[in-house]
Design a binder for this molecule. Sequence first.
Ligand SMILES: [Zn+2]
Length: 477
Amino acid sequence: MLSVKEAECVGFDSKWRVKKIAATSSSQTDEILKQNSETNTSEKKSIETQTDAPRINYDVKYDVNKLGNFLKRIYPKLAAELDDDSSSSIFKNYCPFDEPIFSKAKIVQTVNVNLEVKDNVASRVNSLSWNSTGNTIAVSSDYPHQNWCHHFGFVSLYTFDRYEMFPEIPSRKVKTGACVRAVAFHPKLPYILSAGTHTGDIYLWNIQHDENEMLVDKIVGHDDSITGMQWIVRNDKNDDMVLATSSTDGFINMWKFSSKAHQLILKRKYKMKPPILQKQPEMTLETDLCKSIGPGILGFHFSYFTPEKFVVAAEGGIVVQCSTLGAQTIIGTTGDTVPILNPCVLFCEPHNDQITTIKFSPNHKEQFLTNSVDGEIRIYLLEQDTPVRVICLKKPLSVVNWVPYHDKVITGCGRFGLEVFNVITSEKYDDVCENEVDELTHMEINSKRPTVVVSGTYDGKMNLWSIPWASFSNSTN
Ligand SMILES: [Zn+2]
């Protein structure tokens, strides 16, 4: 059962050392070659060159007909683009300023502007103007006048401190020979201030100068009381501007202001002459008398958008749309030293009583408003003689203002203090003030910061307001 199997042995040689075969070799990088060579920057030479003096060829010949056709072709497109641009509503309701957190108008400071009381009557604040930086306010005041003014007048200047509050006493005070009726700061030079008095004088001050050297020009501007004053901003880089002044003498005078010489030079005068065939305003007996010499001007305003257009409020409730373009010299006035022109374009439906405010909108170029003692605020459009909106008041307001950046609201002040209206609904906002407010004579919105507003009172006080326009503008009233 058991068997033996034999097998042959197999094996392999073991090796304990393997001899490595190695060959010695060498490597060598190429030798670096160095070479010295000289370099030098290029030589420069200064050479003077002289351009030829520009030669302007004044004798350019052109084809008038072709130019006319070209202008006729491009004008409608250009005009449409410009109109689109100016009436663009892309920034509508956009306000770049911080609105106050409270929802009502609030008086934050009251300053006694004029401590002088004459014949037991305090002077009332009648004109206010912010300078171009929005940090200084000029305040003027007057006494009620029946006849010629025999008072001295003052303009007080208040500059904000770092907390945007006014000092208790004015930073500057300038004196005039009669009560001041209107003040206006230059719209570009924050230190140039003008004022017009009840006796027709125009004063020009540089408020940077020392007290005794502030007056830079004084002229007899009109034969009667000055009623309005506006610096006209032209869209050029030249600082030489025009100051327009109006008076009950029936003229609007245009003064060229030279920023170098700081002088006013009379350039032309405008007088309201109704055209024979146009709609005549219903004249009262008083204005009939004025017809031969022209009605006194109670106010005027030049457009912010098209500086050649302006609107005028004349005695007897007359509202006129005017233009400096195409104004004709009035017959019989050619002997005068400056041209006397008739700028009237359209007589609008007149008010039933004297007009106290006439102002173009800063928001829409075609709108302007009037405010009258007859208790009506009216909104007119250019080229239309009837108002598009009438707001009837319980008591007439002293002054009415548009609100920059808020085209839905207008504001005014008077016997009931401050009032705010919705232009769309013609309704008054209720309960707009946090404080008890005195009767107000005048108000002015700071165009740099529209929520900052000043107003004046019948007893010579100035109020500083903070007014959240957006809370009115956005309300559903
Ligand atoms: Zn006076």
